[in-house]
Design a protein around this ligand. Structure first.
Ligand SMILES: Nc1nc2c(ncn2[C@@H]2O[C@H](COP(=O)(O)OP(=O)(O)O)[C@@H](O)[C@H]2O)c(=O)[nH]1
Ligand SMILES: [Mg+2]
Length: 449
């Protein structure tokens, strides 16, 4: 898949398909102003190409092939290279947002000499023109696609070059270590001083580890996690789900075994997108339907990122619950002592549980915090997550080369450092990235971005 050319002029509808108050057609390239002159008539003053850039101009979009027939009234935004998103001359038409209007405006642009843009071509031009690095380009995509506050926040950080700065710090450590090795190779009798090699190497490794440690949180924070509610019938699972959601989604009943099937509900928890799953109560199977519900609940636990195991605190602890607890992975289970508004039959500290009442709301905040801590770990507080698979893979490769470089003879160590620098550079595109990789990254963008 070859990359599209960047020297010609492209046009695309930049707003989402469908009807909207405003629609935008964006044109980028050397002929952008020629296109604007052809179809845009300012209501006052000279044609677009003879105006100062960076202004908003009110006027009409006309079809010059049909005696300047009016297509729509519009605002024109003008940018001059290199002060634009792509780094090229850019004009944007803001029209009314109907599909027929936008189709006509785009059509006029194509008639005036522009080519229809493919997915991500504007951002590709920004990257190839050196306006943004590759990680920033990917952040643009992540920002457009963000479905949760966590994902949006992280993408915005990536766009601000927060990641690039962290990588710069690693790069400068590696360059320092590399220079020390080269000096050592040139003057072998003097050896390489530890402070110049081992210290920056260890620091770089630590920085890479710190970034990689956020990858799991990045996955969950951006793509979300599955949270299963498990426990004996009547433990209060459905009530807790409703309390977390803030509305009645799940049927609550004092007849044990009401939730025979399972039910999924989206649940945003401090910006982390969760899918909460209410399950059938786990109990000794006394009929076939319940038995399959139990099996299903266990399967769901296996397929979840975190399980809330609800244990009714108002009733004596039963040994079967302990069995349930050992059956579930401790790392992925949070025990909840439910019905905390009722007199306690046991102490939640016994099971290291969070006491919660779905009825009074007591303990709900603590539970939310505990869920977040369990899912995101220490990275919960981190200001930046590695959420892009390509970045994570490159960092793993950097770590690998750094580990091999440590204690290796100088000639081998410097080869490893070269490889590490190259892998690191692939993240931002500083070192050359295969054309297919670039094409694949930009192909997932929408047209007009
Ligand atoms: N007092 C009190 N009762 C609760 C609480 N949560 C649930 N219940 C009651 O326990 C019963 C079973 O609740 P439900 O949510 O259906 O449990 P599930 O079978 O685990 O889904 C219902 O009668 C609820 O009203 C709570 O926090 N406090
Ligand atoms: Mg239920």
């Amino acid at each position: 898949m070859p990359l599209p050319p960047t020297g010609d002029t492209i046009a695309a509808v930049a707003t989402a398909p469908g009807t909207g108050a405003v629609g935008i057609v964006r044109v980028s390239g050397p002929a952008a102003y020629a296109v604007a002159d052809r179809l845009f008539r300012p209501h006052r003053g000279p044609p677009p190409s003879r105006r100062r850039a960076g202004r908003v101009v009110f006027g009409s979009i006309v079809d010059a092939r049909h005696q300047d027939e009016l297509v729509d009234e519009a605002l024109l935004l003008t940018f001059r290279a290199p002060h634009s998103y792509t780094g090229q001359d850019v004009v944007e038409f803001q029209t009314h947002g109907g599909p027929a209007v936008l189709r006509s405006v785009l059509d006029l642009c194509l008639h005036a000499g522009a080519r229809m843009a493919g997915p991500g071509e504007y951002t590709l031009r920004a990257f190839l023109g050196g306006r943004i690095d590759l990680a920033q380009a990917e952040s643009v995509l992540a920002l457009v696609e963000a479905q949760s506050d966590g994902a949006r926040r992280n993408a915005a950080l990536g766009l601000s070059r927060a990641l690039g700065e962290r990588l710069d710090a690693i790069q400068s450590d590696l360059t320092e270590a590399y220079a020390a090795l080269q000096a050592g190779l040139d003057y072998p009798e003097e050896g390489v001083p530890e402070a110049e090699l081992d210290v920056p190497l260890a620091r770089a490794l630590e920085r890479v580890e710190a970034l990689l440690a956020t990858a799991e949180a990045g996955r969950i924070g951006v793509h979300g996690a599955r949270l299963a509610l498990l426990g004996r019938p009547n433990a209060g699972k459905s009530s807790l789900l409703n309390a977390l959601l803030g509305f009645e989604r799940s049927i609550v009943s004092d007849v044990p075994g009401t939730t025979r099937d399972y039910l999924e509900a989206p649940l945003a928890l401090d910006g982390v997108p969760l899918t909460a799953i209410d399950t059938a109560g786990i109990r000794s199977a006394d009929d076939a339907v319940e038995a399959s519900g139990v099996a299903l609940a266990e399967r769901i636990a296996d397929a979840s990122d975190l399980c809330l195991l609800l244990v009714d605190r108002s009733r004596p602890l039963d040994p079967e619950v302990q069995g349930l607890r050992t059956r579930l992975s401790a790392a992925r289970t949070l025990v909840v002592a439910s019905k905390a508004d009722l007199p306690a039959a046991w102490d939640e500290a016994e099971l290291d549980a969070v006491a919660v009442s779905a009825h009074s709301g007591e303990g709900l905040e603590a539970l939310r915090a505990a869920i977040r801590r369990r899912l995101l770990g220490d990275a919960a507080a981190s200001e930046l997550w590695i959420s892009n698979q390509r970045h994570a893979e490159a960092l793993v490769s950097v770590r690998h080369h750094l580990q091999d470089a440590r204690g290796a003879p100088p000639d081998l160590a410097s080869l490893e450092l070269q490889d590490a620098l190259e892998a690191l550079g692939r993240i931002t595109g500083r070192t050359e990235v295969a054309e297919e990789t670039l094409a694949a990254i930009f192909a997932s963008f929408c047209v007009g971005k």
